[in-house]
Design a protein around this ligand. Structure first.
Ligand SMILES: *Cc1c(COP(=O)(O)O)cnc(C)c1O
Length: 364
């Protein structure tokens, strides 16, 4: 099933670091190889060299594709005819796309009314069966876990270790692009699979002699849904950043290990800070990310300035030329409602002639 020319996905590129063999069918959409974009204006604010790992440029628009290529390939190898997942939106989009590619069924369980419209559309268009439950993500994941053990059904949430394996490849790419690991890595935290995966990837490349250092792992949760920060499950998590609206993260322990082993920290950002960071990044660097992804940027703006980190344990000045990588996890076009609603963006109207248009432009 290795297809001609399909030599770009993460399984092909990192097969020796992944749980695949020659007999594993590779279900790929050429995910990964996302750009690491230098951010001059964030660098200036932080007093360090800041880069954005723009995961919105994956095939379904989020980093979830990296894990899904491995999870679906392994599910097909194991004979699954159906995959199932709970999702805040992006996992279901990725699962549906890779299941379609594999020619198997996909069922997704979502919290009703809490999925960005672009992500919901993806699940439907890729042909998944969609069930919206009257409950939150944590309820959806509880139900999905109960499907475990049914013949022919594979769970593709990040409780499936193959997801973590695939997602760790983002760390590999960053090390290859920078020539070494960064000093600090910042990312948003929801179910905490991704911070767990990045830390695993950084350690594996370090152990393989591909990098000389390990980054401090820094995770940001939305203030209204910050169980790890407050060290207790949140019964009714709330944030406009729906991708990280999770009250009881499955990889909680993985996040704690990443932070304590690397000397990093977990902190929170408010919805206002998230929305402001989203708008700032788009208007100042030309990078449009979804609200959850902007938590990374909001976190950097909150905690880092002039080469220092104010709230984290590593308050000492960064070394000159220190490198900070922010994962911006998903594309802004997945959820256009949120920024439009909060930004109040309505075009000014004008009559259809040059003078009228110029008059409006001069006013705004
Ligand atoms: C899934 C997701 C997250 C959260 O990642 P976890 O692994 O659940 O911590 C953040 N941002 C986006 C866009 C996501 O899709």
């Amino acid at each position: 099933m290795n297809e001609p020319l399909n030599d770009k996905g993460v399984i092909h590129r990192y097969r020796h670091f992944l749980p695949v063999s020659d007999s594993t069918p590779v279900i790929s959409l050429s995910e990964g190889s996302t750009p690491l974009i230098h951010s001059p204006r964030l660098s200036e604010k932080a007093g360090a060299e800041v880069y954005l790992k723009f995961e919105g440029l994956n095939p379904t628009g989020s980093f979830k594709d990296r894990g899904m290529t491995v999870a679906i390939s392994k599910a097909v190898e194991d004979g699954a005819k159906t995959v199932i997942c709970a999702s805040t939106g992006n996992t279901s989009a990725a699962a549906a796309a890779y299941a379609a590619r594999a020619g198997i069924q996909c069922a997704v369980i979502l919290p009703a009314g809490k999925i960005a419209i672009g992500k919901l559309a993806q699940a439907f268009v890729y042909g998944a069966k969609v069930v919206a439950i009257r409950g939150n993500f944590d309820d959806a994941l509880r139900i999905v876990r109960e499907f475990g053990g049914i013949d022919g059904v594979a769970i593709v949430n990040s409780i499936n270790p193959h997801r973590i394996e695939g997602q760790k490849t983002a760390s590999f790419e960053i090390i290859e692009d920078l020539g070494d690991a960064p000093d600090i890595h910042i990312l948003p935290i929801g179910n905490a699979g991704n911070i767990t995966a990045y830390w695993k990837g950084y350690r594996e490349f370090h152990a393989a002699g591909r990098s000389t250092r390990l980054p401090k792992m820094t995770g940001f949760q939305a203030a209204g849904s910050a169980p790890i920060f407050y060290n207790q499950p949140i019964e009714k998590p709330d944030t406009i950043a729906t991708a990280i609206r999770i009250g009881n993260p499955a990889s909680w322990q993985g996040a704690n290990n990443a932070v304590s082993e690397s000397g990093g920290c977990i902190d929170i950002v408010t919805d206002e800070e998230i929305l402001a960071a989203q708008a700032w990044l788009a208007a100042n660097e030309g990078v449009f990310v979804e609200p959850a992804s902007a938590a990374s940027v909001a976190g950097l703006l909150k905690c880092h300035s002039n080469g220092r980190c104010s709230t984290c344990p590593f308050a000492s000045p960064l070394r000159p030329g220190a490198k900070v990588v922010l994962t911006v996890t998903g594309h802004g076009l997945k959820d256009t409602e949120t920024p439009v609603k909060f930004g109040g963006f309505t075009p000014a109207e004008a009559d259809a002639n040059l003078a009228a248009v110029r008059a409006v432009l001069d006013q705004s």
